[in-house]
Design a protein around this ligand. Structure first.
Ligand code: RP5
Length: 168
C-alpha cells in the first residue's frame, strides 16, 4: 500500500540556501504550531521554471500560503505571487551591501494588482511571516486559533514578568 503523504499546508521558499539562516525562523514557527510545511531553495532568476513547477505542485497539494524570502533585488516573492492566488508573505533577507534595505524595497513596493504581504527584514520577519500564516489558518481552524491565543498569552506573561536589572 502506498504511504499516505502528509498534506503540506505551507510552502517556504528562499532564493538561495544562504537565506536559510533567516528563513529557518519561519520553519521553526510552523513546526512549533504543528503546521506541515515544505522548504525549497528556488530562485526567480536562476531557476524560473522549477519555481513555477513547485508553486503548481504546492497548490495541487492543497497548500494554503507561501512564505518567500530573498535578498538583494528580491523579486522572488512578487514572482511567486504572480503564479498563484494563495496568500504570499515576503521576508526581506539582510543583504551584504545594503543590510536588506534593497530586499525590503524591492519586495514591499509591488505594483497594484499582485500583492505580497511583506514582513520585517530578517529573523523577526521570518518568524512573523509564519505567525501571519497561523492567523490565516486560525480563521477556519479552532484548534489553530487556540494555539495562537495561547502563544499570545505566553508572550504577555513573558513581558509582564520580565525583571529590569538594577543599576550597577
Ligand atoms: C538572492 O540573492 C538570494 O535570495 C540571496 O539572498 C542572495 C544571494 O544569493 P547567493 O549568492 O548567496 O546564492 O537571490
Amino acid at each position: 500500500m502506498a504511504e499516505k503523504q502528509e498534506k503540506k499546508l505551507v510552502g517556504i521558499v528562499m532564493g538561495s540556501t544562504s537565506d536559510w539562516d533567516i528563513m529557518k525562523e519561519a520553519a521553526k514557527m510552523c513546526r512549533d504550531f504543528g503546521i506541515p510545511f515544505e522548504t525549497r531553495a528556488l530562485s526567480a532568476h536562476r531557476t524560473p521554471e522549477e519555481l513555477s513547477n513547485w508553486i503548481a505542485k504546492m497548490e495541487a497539494q492543497g497548500a494554503q500560503a507561501i512564505i518567500a524570502g530573498a535578498g538583494g533585488a528580491a523579486h522572488l516573492a512578487g514572482v511567486v505571487a504572480s503564479h498563484t492566488i494563495l496568500p504570499v508573505f515576503g521576508v526581506p533577507i539582510p543583504s551584504k551591501y545594503m543590510k536588506g534595505m534593497d530586499s525590503l524595497l524591492s519586495m514591499v513596493q509591488m505594483p497594484k494588482g499582485i500583492p505580497v504581504s511583506t514582513l520585517a527584514i530578517g529573523e523577526a520577519g521570518a518568524a512573523n511571516a509564519a505567525l501571519a500564516v497561523v492567523a490565516v489558518l486560525a480563521l477556519n481552524d479552532p484548534e489553530m486559533r487556540e494555539k495562537l491565543l495561547a502563544f499570545r498569552h505566553r508572550q504577555v506573561d513573558k513581558v509582564k514578568d520580565a525583571v529590569i536589572p538594577e543599576l550597577d
